[in-house]
Write a protein that binds this ligand. Sequence first.
Ligand SMILES: [Zn+2]
Length: 263
Amino acid sequence: MIKVIVFTDLNLAFFTRKKYGSGPATAEFPGTRSVKDLIESLGIPHVEIGSVEISGSCSNEKLSLTDLITQDCRLNVLSVEAARSTGHYAAEFPSPGDAGFIFIPDVHLGRLAVNLRMLGFPADYSNSRSDEELARLADSAVNGLKAIVLSCDRGLMMRRCIKYGMVVRSREPVRQTIEVLQRFGLSGRAAPFSLCFNCGGLLEDAGALDNLSDAEKNSLPLKVRRLQDEYRRCTSCGQLFWKGSHYRSLAAKAAGIISAAAG
Ligand SMILES: [Zn+2]
């Protein structure tokens, strides 16, 4: 039997605490095992791992998730957050300067998807998508974008085809949104009300009421036509938006999320 003692940081203790308490986790197995399989057997999905080091007699050696464990050893596993803050994070990863990504929240995270769109971050969400469909979508580039899967389901996030992702810890949508912004360093890149709440398409200025088509004008409630003279249109689904009665509370919500994520 091979015995491996695994040390993690506090972010990853979220996954191991229940079974292993506050101490290191221990795994014993016959034969050999990949680093990914070993760490996931402790309950930590690979998307949460920022770096892995094997403790040697005089120095630590970095391991990749596909390396094999062939003898007794100690592993230091850092979360994405910890690895990034200590400069150990080497994996290709969507960064704050990289606009080429899209979030794919799972079927249970509709309100998180709406919050992300409200803040200007693209989210491909469907309330009828199965885990299999989601995994297939994550595996194929969505319009050439990197797919970042968001889910509370750690089993789903262990699937090999999901390269980028995050296990969302909170069950509360605002907290979830803050978690995502913090994880991906996005608070400084938010652009509230730049994307369609319904489909995530880009919004463009549609001008004043006179600039709208007759069909668009007729689709608006009379009160809106009377009070609003500044409209935006989704370039994807055509939906019109205006600063209605909910605008102030939504703007305050967006500002609150951005501020909490930055702090
Ligand atoms: Zn739209």
